[in-house]
Design a protein around this ligand. Structure first.
Ligand code: NDP
Length: 472
């Protein structure tokens, strides 16, 4: 007989031990706390991974009560342990002939629902803990899409900034030379992430093709439109985040139209979130990069941002040179800009508790995460306590992986869909993700809490598949 999740209470709630980092201040039930401590012990120093695991554990108490079989079969313990982790040397030569060495990673976390799927990040901050946090999130995000894809993530501590085109190509070729044996359309299908766009995907795919002598389009997504890519992939994460936002607002009988919005970052996700917000009648007044932010009260000139960032690869500070009315603030916090809608689309932990309180004071009523884990646990708590519409990344930014899976479908059937058709599919799937999070939150006694909704709905789908596949 199933127990009533609403009656669930921690058996012996225990306060967080002092040895854990400050973000871990909430209470878990005894069993989950013990599991969490084991994760911390087995993965020392990987703070972002611990943070991502804890955030999911905070939703799982009622699930274990309702589904004791997940406990019996040690689903949580198994889900926290990647199926395979690959760490490799990436040697390459720069333009001056100097040999450089970077470290590459691929964490193949869970393939219960389909081949491993998740992006590659090239950024100097990349280490195993970042890749594992991203890979762990990816399991549940991919499950939420309802599509047949498992979870993985990869990357390298390589800084593409300032590199020539030739250097980028040599790095990508060396990276793929080391990794190609572990990839395949039925095995593991990488995509882009921070620092990895169509150019890098092209060099990676070209090297895979050369090494295997196979034109295996489905081995990587985010390809160019002329060589197997899908329309809307470039726009997908940003558009999808706004579709999710639209659904959250609609559930509150509200809409994007006329809302003052701010979007952090000025990369792939941010640019296309701005585009969709503007198409839906939102007024986007600020965006940023890692040096500072611009505030343009009249509304951002998106064509100029695309020119600066996508074509010329310049800094966002240059925007203010073209538009004297805009104010550039070096090093400041974009979250100080008054708005009704805030979309963090830059990087992890970019919005903390103080930022969240400031946003609320300034009238913010909706936040959807375009980036992965951009709001710290304190920030999340501020938003949830205030009862504003808050969409966590694993649901709100799933549009990228959704469209990647649609790219795989097109590759498998040697087909190419039109823009409108693909965008409609993306919008439908994002609506489905919202509905699943919304309904699951209600079912588990936390109406309106998309964090619990997303974690629980994603977890249950993976857990059921793992049970069905036996002990593998
Ligand atoms: P990009 O590399 O294209 O862009 C990242 C942007 O964020 C850049 O403008 C960068 O500025 C800025 N940025 C980085 N750190 C900071 C900071 N501390 N403060 C302000 N701005 C900062 O990456 P994406 O747009 O692809 O990815 C952004 C986020 O979205 C990541 O968390 C990624 O994991 C997530 N995501 C991406 C998906 C995709 O399809 N691309 C899919 C799902 C999630 P600068 O140039 O100065 O570094």
């Amino acid at each position: 007989m199933e127990s009533d999740p609403q009656k669930f209470r921690p058996r012996a709630a225990i306060a967080m031990a002092r040895c854990f980092p400050p973000f871990m201040s909430t209470i878990l039930d005894e069993r989950l706390e013990a599991l969490f401590q084991t994760v911390v012990k087995r993965n020392p120093g990987e703070t972002e991974f611990h943070q991502a695991v804890r955030e999911v554990f905070e939703s799982l108490g009622p699930v274990l009560v309702k589904h004791p079989e997940f406990g019996t079969h040690k689903i949580i313990e198994r889900i926290c342990e990647p199926e395979r982790q690959i760490i490799f040397r990436v040697p390459w030569q720069d333009d001056s002939g100097q040999v450089r060495i970077n470290r590459g990673f691929r964490v193949q976390f869970n393939s219960a629902l389909g081949p491993f799927k998740g992006g590659l990040r090239f950024h100097p901050s990349v280490y195993l803990g970042i890749v594992k946090f991203l890979g762990f999130e990816q399991i549940f995000k991919n499950a939420l899409t309802g599509l047949p894809i498992g979870g993985a993530k990869g990357g390298a501590d390589f800084n593409p900034k300032g590199c020539s085109d030739g250097e980028i190509m040599r790095f990508c070729q060396s990276f793929m030379t080391a990794l190609h044996r572990n990839l395949g359309e039925y095995t593991d299908v990488p995509a882009g992430d921070t620092g990895v766009g169509t150019r890098e995907i092209g060099y990676l795919f070209g090297q895979y093709k050369r090494l295997t002598d196979r034109y295996e389009s489905g081995v990587i997504t985010g390809k160019g439109l002329d060589w197997g890519g899908a329309k809307v992939r470039k726009e997908a994460t940003g558009y999808g985040t706004v579709f999710f936002l639209q659904e959250m607002l609609a559930a509150r009988k509200d809409s994007v139209e006329g809302k003052v919005c701010i979007v952090s970052g000025a990369g792939n996700v941010a640019i296309y979130a701005i585009e969709k917000l503007q198409q839906l009648g939102g007024k986007v007044v600020a965006c940023s990069d890692s040096n500072g932010f611009i505030h343009d009260k009249k509304g951002l000139d998106l064509a100029l941002i695309k020119q600066l960032k996508e074509v010329e690869r310049r800094r966002i500070a240059d925007y203010a040179r073209h538009h004297k009315r805009a104010r550039y603030t070096a090093g400041g916090s974009i979250w100080s800009v008054p708005c009704e809608v805030a979309l963090p689309c830059a990087t992890q932990n970019e919005l903390n508790g103080k930022d969240a309180s400031r946003l609320l004071r300034n009238g913010c009523l909706a936040v959807a995460e375009g980036a992965n884990m951009p709001v710290t646990p304190e920030g999340v708590r501020v938003f949830l306590d205030a009862g504003i519409a808050y969409g966590p990344g694993k649901a709100a930014n799933a549009g990228g992986v959704v469209t990647s899976a649609l790219e795989m479908q097109q590759n498998a059937s040697r087909d190419s869909w039109g823009f409108e058709f693909t965008e409609t599919r993306l919008a439908e799937i994002m609506r489905g993700i919202h509905a699943s999070c919304y309904q699951t939150a209600e079912e588990f006694g936390a109406p309106g809490n998309y964090v619990h909704g997303a974690n629980i709905a994603g977890f249950i789908r993976v857990a059921r598949a793992m049970l069905a596949l036996g002990l593998v």
